[in-house]
Ligand binder design. Structure first.
Ligand code: TXA
Ligand code: MG
Length: 331
């Protein structure tokens, strides 16, 4: 199985990159080439990848060892760039003017036909965007010239890293490079506010406080205080589910079914449309294709989608988690 997160460059991994102009340029090059680069922000170190590159984004999940696909934050250098990736209403614009660059992430409607990987949004119709204030993060984003998806640069379930040493300890050679920018000044992940609906909702508290935002945009619902509120967006009902019914562990497709396959196509195909997640059986490639393929089959007109078994290892855990949600009975 090929491992996209660990291309053999003959270099020692991870490369430790200094915050010199040459280092910044190198980080930008690596990101553009689809590599994983950890870099400092004012909050915590991010594990960055080109947000328009499905394979690079899938490699983030592989490196973190995440058992499910949580949506990621797209990082851009300024508000003007952010406006081409998210739909800003007056509230979003006010907050951006006041708090960007800085430790605030806004979840906004995702424009139709966005070039951002669907995996960044975990299949949702929204996108989380942040303009970080850290000068090194700013310089790297400008050097990369593409939006950068970046969760905190730690293994899943571990605490967020605030020094390059933390990143090295947590991710080691699972990351291609670490930009060694010293300690993060805030040390706590950004505030996340959801502005996709009429009511603003605080999804994660952080250094930008609700009071400060309420002064500009009015009342914000604090979802953290509501014990019935979902803990992660993966549990939200609005989480993208195909309108076609999904049947798992299928070894063939019925006449009225679209077929989502994995590995060599050795099964007799009787269905409508067939898409392969990865002919080579590469889980990274399968993760990169998952949301786009599900959407395409859903839009093919099939009323049911049959899905071949996916191995329950590595990124297969996250893929199967997502497929089980898609196959779960609808309310
Ligand atoms: O400070 C930070 O935000 C750091 C630095 C690197 O920028 N990044 C970070 O990323 O903390 P991460 O992936 O560890 O946390 C992102 C949070 C998660 O709670 C995720 O569920 C939420 O943002 N999120 C991202 N996209 C979302 C979306 N479309 N809808 C709802 N929540 C979203
Ligand atoms: Mg995190």
């Amino acid at each position: 199985m090929t491992d996209h997160s660990a291309p053999d460059t003959g270099e020692k991994r991870p490369a430790l990159i200094p915050t010199t102009p040459a280092g910044i340029a190198r980080a930008g090059e690596l990101l553009r080439a689809g590599r994983l680069v950890a870099f400092p922000t004012e909050t915590v170190y991010g594990l960055g990848a080109d947000a328009t590159d499905d394979r690079a984004v899938a490699a983030i999940f592989a490196a973190k060892g995440r058992p499910q696909f949580n949506p990621l934050i797209a990082h851009v250098p300024d508000l003007a760039t952010a406006q081409s990736w998210g739909r800003f209403d007056d509230r979003a614009f006010e907050l951006a003017q006041q708090f960007w660059p800085g430790p605030l992430t806004m979840v906004l409607p995702r424009p139709a036909n966005s070039a951002l990987s669907l995996l960044v949004s975990a299949g949702l119709d929204s996108i989380a965007i942040r303009v970080p204030g850290h000068p090194i993060a700013q310089a790297i984003l400008r050097a990369a010239g593409t939006p950068i998806a970046a969760p905190s640069a730690n293994r899943s379930g571990a605490v967020s890293p605030t020094t390059p040493q933390h990143v090295l300890e947590s991710l080691g050679d699972r990351v291609d490079a670490i930009v060694t920018g010293g300690k993060c000044p805030v040390g706590l992940e950004s505030t996340v506010i959801d502005l996709t609906g009429p009511e603003a909702v605080l999804l994660r508290p952080g250094a930008v406080l609700p009071d400060e935002m309420e002064r500009l945009i009015g009342p914000i619902r604090l979802s953290a205080g509501d014990p019935t509120a979902p803990k992660s967006p993966g549990q939200l009902e609005s989480h993208y589910a195909p309108s076609a019914a999904v049947r798992l562990n299928a070894t063939s497709a019925e006449a009225d079914e679209a077929f989502l396959t994995f590995g060599p196509d050795r099964f007799v195909f009787g269905g409508t449309t067939r898409l392969n997640l990865s002919l080579e059986g590469d889980l990274n490639e399968a993760a990169a294709n998952l949301f786009a393929h599900l959407r395409q089959l859903d839009h093919s007109g099939a009323t049911r989608i049959a899905v071949m078994p996916i191995p329950e290892v590595g990124l297969g855990l996250a893929i199967n988690d997502r497929l089980r949600r898609a196959a779960a009975p609808r309310g």
